[in-house]
Design a binder for this molecule. Structure first.
Ligand code: FEO
Length: 171
């Protein structure tokens, strides 16, 4: 049985994962508007991954006798300034999520909740990957600057991102 403190913290994280999904959906729409279909696809896939993260936490909370409390989701921006700025905002957001997951683990340790500590290990590993993936894209976009041909090549590469699936996310 999960403690009330742990339940509150997990419900807060479910909300952050929902917001992440919302944010990436907004970023995909921004890329669509700016004729970058590969970036649009990349963010859309990132949205799908966030839904998987949210569902994982939602299921875990119910499975361990916690009460799900779905909080209000904030509205994401519409305009991100530029494609580079959208990916920079994504990196900043993932760093925020990493900090939040670490704080969640601190709660699990304080509550002596060993099952949740084990459960959160998956998210800690996932965050390392999420940050690294976005950082690589930010670095490449910075390198090419305003070079249209190079931007199109990056966009083509991002269009190849594989679909998010629960199985792939667990791999
Ligand atoms: Fe669910 Fe991108 O962290």
């Amino acid at each position: 049985m999960i403690t009330k403190n742990m339940e509150k913290a997990l419900n807060g994280q479910i909300n952050k994962e929902f917001y992440s999904a919302y944010l990436y959906l907004a970023m995909s729409a921004y890329c669509n508007k700016n004729a970058m279909p590969g970036c649009e696809h990349w963010f859309r896939t990132q949205h799908d991954e966030e839904v998987i993260h949210m569902t994982k936490m939602f299921d875990y909370l119910m499975q361990h006798g916690g009460e799900v409390h779905l909080l209000q989701i904030d509205e994401p921006p519409v305009d991100f300034g530029s494609i580079l700025q959208a990916f920079e905002a994504s990196l900043e957001h993932e760093q925020f999520i990493t900090k939040s997951i670490n704080e969640l683990l601190d709660v699990a340790v304080a509550e002596k909740d060993h099952a949740t500590q084990v459960f959160l290990q998956w998210f800690i590993t996932e965050q390392v990957e999420e940050e690294a993936n976005v950082k690589e894209i930010v670095d490449r976009l910075k390198l090419v600057g305003d070079n249209g041909a190079a931007l199109m090549m990056i966009d083509d590469k991002l269009s190849l991102r594989a679909a998010a699936t629960v199985a792939a996310d667990e791999g």
